[in-house]
Design a protein around this ligand. Sequence first.
Ligand code: ADP
Ligand code: MG
Length: 729
Amino acid sequence: MCFGKKRNDSLPECCTASLHLPKYYFISSGTHILASPIEYLKGVGPLRADLLKKELNIFTFGDLLEYFPFRHIDRTKVNMVSDLRPDTDYAQVAGVLLSAEVIGQKAGRRLVARLKDKTGILELTWFQGVNWVQKSLEPGRSYLVWGRVGFFNGNPQIVHPELELLVPDQPLAKNFLEPVYSTTEKLKAKGLGGRQIGKLTQVLWAQLKEKDFEENLPADILERLQLTGRFKSLQQIHFPQSEEEYQAAVKRIKFEELFIAQLRMNLLRSERHRFSKGVIFEKVGDYFNDCYKNHLPFELTGAQKRVLREIRNDTATGKQMNRLLQGDVGSGKTIVAVLTMLLAVDNGYQACLMAPTEILAQQHYQGIGALLEKLGVPVRLLTGSVKSAERKKTLAALASGELKIILGTHALIEDAVQFQNLGMVIIDEQHRFGVEQRARLWKKAEIPPHVLVMTATPIPRTLAMTAYGDLDYSVIDELPPGRQPITTVHRLESQRSKVMDFIRAEIDKGRQVYIIFPLIEESDKLDYENLMKGYENVKAYFPEPRYWISMVHGRQPAEQKELNMKRFVEHDTQIMVSTTVIEVGVNVPNASVMVIESTEKFGLSQLHQLRGRVGRGAEKSYCILISGSRLGNDARERINIMTSTNNGFEIAEKDLQLRGPGEIEGTRQSGALNFRLASIVQDRDLLEIAGNLAADLLEKDPDMVSAENLRLKKFLQYRKGPVQWSKIA
Ligand code: ADP
Ligand code: MG
């Protein structure tokens, strides 16, 4: 009986985020009716207005109009109690109220009412507003109730139903599709349930006229895609006459959201290409060539070479480069970073590489430092734990320009760190860095340095288009030759001793092993205890003095962490028991087994990232996912995906589908994903079309000066835009 996009009753993220102002809609001149404060709407008033603002971020008439229903109910249809099934979802039932009694004590106190139609009895339950609701109910009279159907002890029930008195002789059928809106318990308590919000919207709509809504999409696009006009689409998303009308409105509004977002991203990128100022790297010089010809321990893959060419092209133009480099775990991003930094040094500029953790920065320093030393390029490390005398030296050398390359952690963005002429910023494993942190590094030079952002794991294409669409994009889509695929298996906790036997055999062949436990939050005692128990267990399995175990976790002091890590890197220890602090970037090619404990607690991309710690050398590698025998569907699905593919791009897509874009690390703070209706998972085709049309439009009219495009540009300015990654990367 209902249709529309099925969503949870809880609010979509976009409604709860505190994004507001500047104006969301298109104002032509003067004060637009849609800018009127919500308290001025009939039926709202100050009290409800306050709640609408706090609970739903609805401040103005326009906000209410853009608060879309999550479904419609066909008021002409009433369900019979006997037709209700566990999978019924929402239902509308008409019947006589038999009783309404308060039962239970304290937290269990609730109001239970029974509604009877000619086929059976439906139970209605309230946990909140018990007294108030009971007073308003009149057993013996007929009611129309609506809500989500659940089953309790085999009987159908609705918790916190919406309900109204059925007046005899008044026809039930109102002959329209009634919109239903997400709401909150607090709003419900003040009489603003999902249906009442619809009544407000109706009051509002009655005051609006077509001329209040200027069309913002170009006519040829409307025609090509057969899209409903702006005014009509807003009417029909709330009050459709048929499902077809509703779907047409949804398509139009989704397209508008995606198109506007793509236009903005493309505009930012094209403006940077046209107008930004960047330092010019004129030549490929001696350091680069010496490294490339004489010091590379391997031949670069085709993909690595291509990316270097792209970077080389960008940095020679006099415009600022802002590039996102995607590559799967182990695809060899580090060497690309090194050669890119050398390009800067060859042209008289300084370069820096920022890593998200101390361990990773250390490791870069050991690996990259050794290579740069052979070339005679001065390089230093700056992290939180560098001692002050050493630190002073480093800062002075940076400021004088004597130091060419610096590697480090977020310690690099402190104000005390001043460069003489910073020309290239590389950010490794970018998802660990917050937006602000990147912005601060970027401000360290007058002409902005070129920026290369490297991802830890691939980002799905649709997400890259929306969240990073203003950056140029490179991808290493090829792994270095000779890698054997990692064999991934799932084992139960009860099979642990077999897993340990396997580990022992591998170690006896000279390999090393990681055993990973879920992250330790400062507050999470349980995780900590599990890790300690796990460590003791491993020790018990390997009592002989020839086995050595390292342990690394977030509660250790930095020095201890480093020492333990170092011992593993240097093969002093064969087993590394750790939390996810080693998740990104760590490179120990001799490690061939990755054991993950409590696998169900990890996300998909995290699992892939962890697995990427093995399979880095020539040895055959294994990833063993351990879990209990009782698994939820999602966890099972994640494990299935992990055991069936090694491809990070595929996994990223699956991860996006499973978790939704809001959960993907690093994009959470990006306004780019705050769509009201569109979804980059479900609407990828529409997104592709929107992206192409936006690019076309800018190619034909880069400054958006035609009358139609000017209007569109104005609309862009009113809309709150996404984070500009290129300004903050
Ligand atoms: P990631 O992209 O995950 O940062 P790394 O840069 O750490 O990957 O590289 C992973 C491993 O592959 C390193 O041991 C590195 O030396 C090696 N490697 C990188 N490029 C090549 C190549 N072209 N041929 C062979 N090995 C390579
Ligand atoms: Mg790396």
